[in-house]
Design a protein around this ligand. Structure first.
Ligand SMILES: [Fe+2]
Length: 236
């Protein structure tokens, strides 16, 4: 494992200096082991506009994309391993079934979270329009209040912030998650995903996460968020 970590760092050019600040997500992706397995999940391509942003560098996005591909590969690998797992040895303290099922949520979470993130970057920022703006104003008081809450939640999170629509309550809320698989609540549909793991900004901003969040907002493609919102059935 140590050599694969070193190889990954060398390959990505992150460098040994950064080893101390690399988070668990990066190390998970470094452990990917390509195999000839069925591709249930397939990586979506990065939009060209996401590589020419003001404030989030091409290098950061390219390295970040590699992590996403790692989650895709691991999701496929775990699903394949579940086909031959020994169900007779299922155990809550330790068992292969337990490990695979727990880590599947981490891997698939990594896929889904990053697909939302990459999909709505490469835009021109500003404000949303139409229906979602009305819902934001209704549920947060104003657009400014929503943005203030999102930014502050971004500083409080260790992994992700999602603007999501709780289909049961019929309300928007900025949820916080500390890892790929700490989903906030059932039936909350994510519309916007702010990645607050260090790998999303450390190359550009070191520890200045606040400036990264400002850059994230400047490059947000609200049309992608609006599109996700429009797909929610039975909006309240
Ligand atoms: Fe990420």
């Amino acid at each position: 494992m140590k050599s694969s970590r070193r190889e990954f760092l060398k390959r990505t050019g992150v460098g040994a200096v950064s080893l101390g600040i690399l988070d668990a997500e990066l190390l998970h992706a470094a452990e990917q082991a390509p195999r000839d397995i069925p591709q249930v999940y397939a990586p979506r391509p990065l939009k060209p506009s996401a590589l020419t942003m003001d404030g989030i560098s091409k290098r950061t996005m390219e390295e970040h994309y590699k992590l996403y591909v790692g989650y895709v590969n691991k999701s496929n690998e775990i699903l394949d391993a579940l086909k031959t797992v020994d169900y007779a040895k299922a155990n809550q303290t330790y068992s292969s079934l337990r490990v695979l099922k727990v880590e599947l949520t981490f891997a698939v979470g990594g896929v889904k979270n990053h697909e939302i993130y990459f999909d709505h970057l490469g835009g021109k920022g500003g404000r949303p329009e139409g229906r979602i703006l009305g819902h934001i104003a209704r549920d947060f008081g104003s657009y400014e209040a929503w943005e203030k809450d999102l930014k502050a939640t971004g500083l409080a999170a260790r992994g992700w912030v999602w603007l999501a629509y709780d289909a049961d309550r019929g309300r928007l809320f900025n949820y916080l998650g500390d890892a790929q698989n700490t989903f906030p609540v059932w039936n909350a549909i994510p519309l916007l995903a702010l990645d607050t793991y260090e790998h999303a900004y450390f190359l550009d901003y070191a520890t200045d996460r606040k400036s990264y969040i400002e850059a994230f907002m400047r490059n947000l493609d609200w049309s992608a968020v609006e599109q996700r919102f429009a797909q929610i059935p039975h909006l309240k």
